[in-house]
Design a protein around this ligand. Structure first.
Ligand code: GDP
Ligand code: CA
Length: 303
C-alpha cells in the first residue's frame, strides 16, 4: 500500500470477518526534514486506521495546529514548502529519536500501532533509507516530495527511481508474509510511486511471483482519472495511458485478477486478453462500507 488510497482500502478490508491482514507500505516518500525522519505513507495508513487522520486535507492528523511550523518559518523565512502540523511533529520526533537509538523502523511502526490500538500487521517495505527521485526533462533528479508538494507535479518528468534500492533489504517480516499469504492484494494505490517503489526493493517482486498465493489488484484509475493524487501525472511521465488497462499491463505477470470500475467495463475484454481475470464493480471508496464491498469483491474473484 501507499498512503491515502491504501488507507481507504484497508479501512474497508479490516471490516471483513476472519482475515489476518499484513500490510507492506511504501517508503519511497520518506524524507529527512529539520533533522527528522518523515514517513508519509506509513503515517497516513496509521493515522487513518487509528481514526486520527484529516479526511478533508487527505494527509496528517485531524484537529491539527501549526505552531511549530509558524515558529520555524520565523527562523527560516517564509519559503518553506513542506508543512507539518504539531501532532504530526510529535510522531516524527518520536520516530527519529528511536531510529537514532538504533531501533529498526519496522519495530517503531509496531510501537506506533500498539499506541494507536491497530491490530493489522503493518510493516515498512524496508528498514533502510530509500527515497523516490523524479528525473526531470530539464535538469537533475529531485526528491519526489519536492516534485509533488513544492511543484504540484508541474515540472515535466521522464521517470521515477528509488534511490538506495540496490542496497535496501526487505524489512524482516516482508518476505515471510508474502510467502505465507493465502491471497496477495494490490490495493488502489499509485501504481508507479507507491506500489512501483515497493516492487523496486530487491526480492519483493520475486517473492510475489514465487508465492503460492494468487494476486488480485484493484484499479486506482476510474474512467481515465486517478480519483485524487497524481497517478495520471506519473503514468504520463512514463508515456503510459491513464487507464485501468494500462495499469494492469504495467503490473503484467504479477496479476492473476484485476478489479476495474463498472464505468470502465468496456475494458474487460482487453484485460482478459492480457491473460488476467477481470471483473468490474463500483470502485469509489466513498466510505468504509463502500471500501469493504470493493475489498470483498476483489477477494471473491479468486476464491
Ligand atoms: P498516496 O501515497 O497518499 O498518494 O496514496 P496511494 O498511493 O495509496 O493512493 C493514491 C491513489 O489512490 C490515487 O492516485 C488514486 O488513483 C487512488 N484512489 C484514491 N481514492 C480512490 C477511490 O475511491 N477509488 C479508487 N479506485 N482509487 C482511489
Ligand atoms: Ca505516498
Amino acid at each position: 500500500a501507499g498512503g491515502i488510497g491504501g488507507a481507504r482500502f484497508l479501512k474497508g478490508l479490516r471490516l471483513i470477518d476472519n482475515l489476518e491482514i499484513s500490510v507492506i507500505i511504501n517508503n519511497g516518500d520518506d524524507i529527512n526534514m529539520h533533522g527528522l525522519r518523515i514517513c508519509p505513507d506509513l503515517d497516513s495508513v496509521i493515522y487513518n486506521l487509528a481514526g486520527e487522520s484529516d479526511l478533508v486535507r487527505g494527509w496528517g492528523r485531524k484537529d491539527e495546529t501549526w505552531v511549530v511550523q509558524a515558529q520555524l518559518a520565523h527562523y527560516l523565512g517564509k519559503e518553506q514548502w513542506f508543512n507539518l502540523g504539531d501532532k504530526d511533529y510529535a510522531t516524527h520526533i518520536y520516530r527519529t529519536n528511536l531510529l537514532n537509538a538504533g531501533v529498526a523502523l519496522s519495530e517503531i511502526v509496531k510501537l506506533q500501532c500498539t499506541k494507536w490500538g491497530i491490530d493489522l500487521n503493518i510493516m515498512p517495505a524496508t528498514n533502510d533509507y530509500v527515497e523516490t527521485q523524479v528525473q526531470l526533462v530539464q535538469g537533475e533528479a529531485i526528491h519526489f516530495q519536492e516534485w509533488w508538494v513544492k511543484h504540484r507535479a508541474a515540472l515535466p518528468a521522464t521517470g521515477f527511481k528509488l534511490l538506495g534500492a540496490e542496497k535496501a533489504k526487505p524489512a524482516p517480516e516482508v518476505l515471510s508474509a508474502i510467502e505465507a499469504a493465502d491471497l496477495i492484494i494490490l490495493p488502489p494505490s499509485n501504481p508507479i510511486v507507491s506500489i512501483g517503489m515497493i516492487l523496486q526493493i530487491p526480492g519483493i517482486k520475486a517473492a510475489i511471483m514465487k508465492a503460492k498465493a494468487p494476486v488480485v489488484g484493484v484499479s486506482p484509475i476510474i474512467g481515465g482519472n486517478p480519483v485524487l493524487g497524481m497517478a495520471d501525472k506519473c503514468l504520463s511521465a512514463l508515456g503510459l495511458e491513464t487507464s485501468a488497462t494500462s495499469v494492469a499491463a504495467q503490473y503484467g505477470d504479477l496479476l492473476d485478477a484485476w478489479l476495474i470500475a463498472d464505468s470502465d467495463n468496456d475494458q474487460v475484454s482487453a484485460i482478459t486478453n492480457l491473460g488476467i481475470k477481470c471483473e468490474s464493480a463500483p470502485l469509489l471508496m466513498t466510505d468504509d462500507q463502500a471500501a469493504k464491498e470493493i475489498a470483498a469483491k476483489a477477494i471473491g474473484m479468486l476464491r
